[in-house]
Design a protein. Structure first.
Length: 69
């Protein structure tokens, strides 16, 4: 489990679907299309998550996260 303290750009080199699992037990799908850029805001304070690839296909993401000031 981890959190992202800054916003981030995600660029899928090979897209796919991830299952986001929050520390509360809540789940949601994250679907990334190859070569389409995505912006994700910073995660809320005290919220952790993990990302799972449940498929047999490799997913490759380039993640550029902005640093905190």
């Amino acid at each position: 489990m981890h959190r992202h303290s800054g916003g981030r750009v995600i660029i899928p080199l090979k897209g796919g679907k991830l299952l986001k699992v929050e520390d509360t037990g809540r789940t949601s799908d994250l679907i990334f299309e190859t070569h389409k850029a995505y912006w994700l805001s910073a995660d809320p304070e005290n919220e952790l998550h993990g990302d799972l690839n449940l498929s047999n296909e490799t997913i490759e993401l380039m993640v550029v996260e902005l640093k905190d000031k």
